[in-house]
Design a protein around this ligand. Structure first.
Ligand code: FAD
Length: 469
């Protein structure tokens, strides 16, 4: 029995009423909520259960390998996990190893922070062609997500396209276009590094439905792209007609971003020759109509419809778009769909809104089946799959505050068994924090041997084996 479980059993036997909270999902929302709950409540025990044997969600499996500074939040989360009143239990999947009613039975409060694990699809012809890949899977592949480690990515064609113009799209573009010597110093997985070292991709199209004034990527990511060695960003002048006229009236972040695009466009015009070997082509006002594939289902190109903007509200950033009948064909051998993530329901009593999130009020889940009453949701599962870690933190803190209010009214309710009880029904090999520390140590050591900060283990069985070694 671990020290934390022992302490918990002692509290139960001495009659102290320790409210038991279960958080499902060890991503940023889960850890930030645990941080706030244990800060505000003097008397509480928080168990974080996680599908994978390892913690940190998209910090480990989403954030780009060449952005190590973003991953520093892991240090804060580690401190949270090491508190006496917090426990981490990995390798437990809600909906498979344990059900929501079972959690509700054993905990005073259950907070769902299991994120958004599916990708949105375009719903167009030939979307199943070989080498039409979800950016989500591509990101999982280069970041070592066990379920994506065997993804088949063919990088033998010199032209590729990304559908979408958000920051994930720019992450993917950077990984595809960066000089290999730059990314080999990161914690990118070896299988991705080997494939990227052989990559023939030289021209990458970044396709967006709307115009330059509506792009979803942010200035930091664009700046990074513009500074990339051996790569030019080539804008289409026709996409920027009228843009300079409205710049002055834009809100500050949008204004700075647009100015940067215009500056880059002007610099390109002055350039005498382009000696770089790779090119990123942002393309605006185009929607994919269908993927073109050959008889073997191999991707050959994308048919695009030209779009035109229409006014939707007072704000130019909110303009919508409709397709015209004008078509164009883009030849390419790889297409990455980066149009967003969506959450999934893990229990039949838990309904999701069409926007792909759980209906909630300040984190309290609404419209759930009565047996799931008094449950909470935070992070991407509650807000929808948008926003950076900072937004997720703000939301998780707010939901934890709501929970604190409710938990402080619990005094006369029946005591719950927490993980001591839950463990009786679990049949799998649970990986606790000590187990994760062993995996962590192993990965750091493997990385050191090849000059990388870490070499991730991409196989769940191997992770469990190391955790139990
Ligand atoms: P997640 O981080 O997804 O965590 C959910 C956790 O739940 C995961 O650990 C998952 O394994 C677990 N889980 C899932 N299903 C179950 C289940 N059934 N049972 C138990 N556990 C389960 N933000 C930034 O600020 N900077 C960046 O550079 C940045 N880069 C990003 C790159 C990508 C590709 C993506 C997709 C997002 C990026 N973000 C970035 C946004 C940031 O990752 C999110 O704001 C944040 O991770 C959302 O946190 P979350 O806890 O809601 O979800």
């Amino acid at each position: 029995m671990s020290n934390k479980l022992r302490m918990f059993s002692r509290m139960m036997s001495t009659g102290t009423r320790v409210p038991q909270v279960c958080i499902v999902g060890a991503g940023p929302a889960g850890f930030y909520a645990a941080m706030r709950l244990t800060k505000k409540l003097a008397n509480v025990h928080v168990d974080i259960i996680e599908k994978l044997p390892v913690p940190f969600g998209l910090i480990r499996y989403g954030v780009a390998p060449d952005h190590p500074e973003v991953k520093n939040v892991i240090n804060q989360f580690t401190k949270v996990a090491q508190q006496d009143n917090v426990s981490f239990y990995g390798n437990i999947t809600l909906g498979k190893d344990v059900s929501l009613p079972q959690l509700r039975q054993n905990y005073d409060a259950v907070l769902l922070t299991y994120g958004a694990e599916e990708d949105k699809v375009l719903g167009i012809q030939n979307e199943d062609a070989n080498n039409v890949i979800a950016a989500r899977n591509f990101v999982g592949w280069y970041n070592g997500l066990p379920s994506d480690k065997d993804l088949q990515v063919d990088l033998s064609n010199d032209t590729a396209a990304i559908l979408g113009q958000g920051n994930v799209a720019l992450d993917v573009a950077r990984i595809l276009l960066s000089p290999i010597d730059e990314i080999k110093k990161t914690d990118i997985t070896q299988h991705a590094l080997d494939a990227l070292a052989e990559s023939k991709v030289r021209n990458l199209y970044l396709i967006g439905r709307r115009g330059p004034l509506q792009v979803a990527f942010t200035i930091k990511e664009l700046r990074e792209q513009l500074k990339m060695k051996d790569c030019s960003t080539i804008w289409r002048e026709s996409d920027f007609i009228g843009v300079a006229d409205v710049v002055a009236s834009l809100p500050r972040p949008r204004k700075r971003l647009t100015e940067l695009m215009l500056k880059s466009l002007e610099e390109n015009k002055l350039k005498k020759e382009d000696t770089n070997s790779k090119r990123l082509y942002p393309i605006f006002l185009r929607s994919p109509n269908k993927f073109i594939s050959d008889k073997d289902n191999v991707l050959k190109g994308i048919e695009l419809f030209e779009n035109r903007l229409y006014v939707k509200g007072p704000n130019v950033e909110e303009q919508g778009c409709v397709s015209t009948n004008e078509k164009e064909l883009l030849d390419c051998g790889l297409a990455l769909r980066s149009i967003g993530y969506k959450s999934v329901s893990v229990d039949e009593g838990l309904e999701l809104l069409p926007q792909g999130m759980v209906n909630n009020d300040k984190g309290r889940i609404l419209d759930a089946h009565p047996r799931l009453a008094k449950m909470y949701v935070a992070g991407w599962l509650g807000t929808g799959p948008v926003g950076v870690i900072l937004h997720t933190m703000g939301n998780a803190f707010q939901v934890a505050n709501t929970m604190c209010e409710d938990i402080s009214k619990l005094e006369n309710s029946r005591a719950r068994g927490g993980f001591v009880e839950l463990k009786r029904i679990l049949r799998n090999e649970i990986v606790d924090w000590e187990g994760w520390k062993k995996i962590d140590q192993y990965e750091l050591e493997q990385g050191k041997k090849v000059g990388k900060p870490r070499e991730k283990i991409c196989d769940v069985a191997k992770m469990v084996e190391i955790a139990y070694s």
